[in-house]
Design a protein around this ligand. Structure first.
Ligand code: T1G
Length: 701
């Protein structure tokens, strides 16, 4: 018995406890330990039943994802779980699997190898493998349809969402819900089953009845909701095989499909994303022992789109908010938007009207700073102008209690300059939310030169509490996300000036995988936002450097995008976009005036010019240490900019293209378009050394 697996006895029931914190992953030694336990208790005449349970906070949460890299690099073969489940099913003594926390992936597959499954009411079961670009690889697609029926099994395997214990009980995945102590309940159930006598049910002996309509509908849904992703469709294929092949053959075919997915670039990208979202929380020099400040009460200044969304984040986490505006109209308007957003969620069944009222009751709307001396964090979400922000920070500096964190939601302005308006720059930090703030998971946390480590640690912890992915970034214009998106949008507009239509640029990037094309995204965010920032920074623009021409003209025409019914596109009352000849004429007129000879532009050039511009700026950001690691940039794009998860983020994507190729194209673009395309020194260096950003990150960490 290794320390990964603990054997014990409760009366005549043998108990196998998995002890592999934090999530009891099926790391090497765990499957083997379970097999040893089954063997030992099979041979123990005193034992009449067996319980398999997870120690700590959860049952088995799946295969050890860290092992996949060893498989795809050829270093090892996946330790097959299949024999363990067969041994469970073929046990002469009843095997009861006791579930709490999350029985995910291999965890549910192991559980389905048992004769019976019991769980606490809060348990979740699922096959989330498609979120890693793979499918269940240990008979999950073969046993689940036999246990729960094809419809639920297809949904669970194709889309990866877990089901709650009560749903799993009703579907036949679970045999009993245990109220009270799980082990006690599981042991009692095991004794009951042993007393009842065999033969004990083997999920693999059941049949899965086919349903062509279910598979067809699932495929159609997957193509819409998981556009371009291979794994959901592969999972549906595997479940369908369970309805046509004998179990053993089905498992063989499942394995083949699993391995094909595991070795795919999509899966590598999605595993990179999974670990990346957790790696960004690890900040060199700010360890787990860094003191954090308690955030029990908050205040938000500004009840506009962002301030309202930020307020919702806090109250959703149970933190009361004083919401301050400068006028009753603005305050009422902001509250109405919050109430409307919550009503929409209630209408969709996300939570009850009572919960909505509880959350609304946590908001104290007002026009003054009353109570600001009692809160633990103040988040400024006012107009994006430095003068106003400094005025606000000077005011709250004189009111806020010692230790209160002063945060700005600025999307581009200098945190250091904002902090200079206060007497406490160590308490000042940027918390840059992404619109809609109550939806987008990304939270850029901007450290100023003086920001204290405890303020950073507190803000990173607050991000998790608000159900956000907090990424620490340095202080520069646009920080990381917006600084890079500026280059991406610039190239998109240059391509339109040089010959592509707006819809061609947007379609090329949408088909590549972006959630939305760059021009349509500008119309959604509001072209006036960028317009205002360009005017704010006009004095910093390098003379003679080419800048996009069309967007400013569109704004001069009052075409701000969706909110004015017209921008790059025309919008109907349902905000459906359509190309606008007025825009085509404007583009033609401006480019003729600038002497630009329009030409036919390929989709490939659109992809390269926009995405490599992201990569080149990302490389500069890494050189300047504005982002800690390439993966931080990837996570920012995956969680805040609609970058497709199966591409892994801009820096991971560049690694899959190969930096020598990215560098080669950047040099060509530099020759064609000038210094804006000067390759970043880091890109040049890694390309010449034949390295990837990932390898570089390991070397410098
Ligand atoms: N393998 C390795 N490490 C894992 C892991 C896993 N399966 N799951 C979590 N971790 C690490 C994670 O990186 C973090 O590490 C720590 O555990 C806490 O995780 C055979 C092939 C279970 C819901 O996809 O969904 O089974 O940052 O911060 O918020 O056919 O972890 O502390 O160093 O996420 O409480 C299928 C993935 C695998 C489940 C817990 N299973 N995990 O959430 O904690 S493929 C999954 C999760 C498979 C079979 C196939 C969540 C969680 P660190 P955490 P959490």
């Amino acid at each position: 018995m290794s320390d990964l697996i603990i054997f014990s006895k409760q009366g005549s029931v043998g108990v196998i406890t998995v002890n592999n914190p934090p999530v009891n992953a099926l790391s090497p030694g765990v499957p083997e330990g379970i097999a040893d336990g089954l063997k030992q208790f099979a041979e123990d005449a005193e034992v009449k039943a067996i319980v398999l349970i997870g120690g700590g906070r959860t049952f088995i949460a799946g295969a050890d994802i860290k092992e996949f890299g060893k498989i795809t690099s050829g270093a090892k073969r996946e330790s097959t779980l299949l024999p363990v489940m067969l041994a469970m099913e073929d046990s002469a003594k009843p095997v009861v699997v006791a579930i709490h926390g999350t029985a995910f992936g291999g965890g549910l597959e192991v559980a389905m190898g048992g004769h019976y499954r019991v769980a606490v009411p809060s348990a979740l079961v699922g096959q989330p493998e498609v979120k890693l670009g793979i499918i269940p690889g240990a008979a999950g697609t073969q046993r689940l349809p036999r246990l729960a029926g094809v419809e639920l099994a297809t949904k669970m395997c194709a889309f990866g969402e877990p089901v709650k214990a009560d749903v799993a009980l009703a579907a036949g995945i679970l045999d009993r819900i245990i109220d009270g102590d799980l082990l006690t309940g599981a042991v009692a159930f095991a004794n009951e089953m042993a007393d009842k006598g065999g033969p004990y049910p083997k999920p693999r002996d059941r049949t899965a009845t086919g349903n062509a309509a279910v598979f067809a509908e699932a495929r159609a849904t997957a193509k819409k909701t998981h556009r371009n992703q291979a794994a959901p469709l592969a999972a549906i294929d595997a479940v369908e095989l369970a309805t046509t092949l004998p179990f053993a053959e089905g498992c063989q075919r499942e394995r083949e499909i699993f391995e094909k997915c595991l070795f795919s670039t999509q899966s590598k990208a999605m595993i990179h994303s999974f670990f990346g979202e957790r790696e960004v929380a690890k900040i060199p020099g700010i360890g787990k022992d860094t003191p954090v400040r308690e955030i029990k009460r908050a205040a938000v200044i500004g009840a506009g789109t962002m301030g309202g969304g930020i307020t919702m984040n806090f109250v959703n986490a149970g933190i009361p908010v004083i919401l301050k505006e400068s006028s009753s109209e603005a305050l009422e308007r902001g509250l109405a938007i919050i109430r409307k957003n919550y009503s929409n969620s209630v209408a969709k069944g996300r939570f009850s009207a009572e919960v909505m009222e509880q959350r609304m009751a946590l908001i104290t709307p007002q026009l003054t700073y009353d109570g600001f001396d009692q809160v633990d964090i103040i988040t400024e979400a006012a107009f994006e102008g430095m003068a106003l922000k400094k005025e606000i920070f000077a005011a709250i500096d004189g009111i806020a209690k010692p230790g209160c964190i002063l945060a700005s939601n600025t999307s581009t302005l200098s945190i250091d300059e904002i902090a200079s308006a206060t007497s406490r720059p160590a308490d000042v930090i940027g918390t840059h939310y992404f619109s809609p703030a109550n939806v987008m998971r990304l939270l850029e946390i901007v450290r100023g030169a003086a920001t204290g480590s405890d303020v950073i640690a507190t803000s990173m912890g607050l991000a998790k509490k608000l159900n956000k992915v907090g990424v620490l970034v340095g202080n520069c214009r646009g920080f990381v996300g917006n600084r890079m998106i500026h280059c991406y949008g610039r190239e998109a507009q240059f391509l339109v000036e040089e010959g592509a239509t707006p819809q061609q640029v947007d379609a090329a990037l949408y088909q590549w995988g972006m959630a939305m094309g760059p021009l349509a995204m500008g119309d959604l965010a509001g072209l006036d936002v960028g317009w205002r920032i360009r005017k704010e920074f006009k004095h910093l623009e390098k003379p003679g450097l080419r800048v996009p021409m069309v967007a400013d003209e569109l704004c001069e025409m009052g075409r701000f995008g969706q909110k004015t019914g017209a921008g790059w596109y025309l919008y109907d009352d349902k905000r459906k976009p359509s190309p606008d000849p007025v825009v085509d004429d404007l583009i033609g007129r401006l480019t003729a005036g600038a002497g630009i000879a329009r030409r036919t532009i390929s989709d490939e050039e659109i992809i390269e010019r926009t995405l490599y511009a992201l990569v080149n700026e990302g490389a500069r950001i890494l050189e300047e240490k504005i982002a800690l690691r390439p993966v931080d940039i990837d996570v920012i794009y995956l969680t805040g900019y609609g970058f497709p998860v199966y591409r892994g983020g801009p820096m991971f994507y560049a690694d899959t293209v190969g930096l020598p190729e990215v560098y080669r194209r950047a040099k060509e673009f530099e020759a064609q378009h000038g210094e804006l395309w000067e390759p970043a020194p880091l890109l040049k260096k890694l390309a010449e050394e034949g390295k990837t950003f990932t390898q570089w990150a390991k070397e410098v960490s």
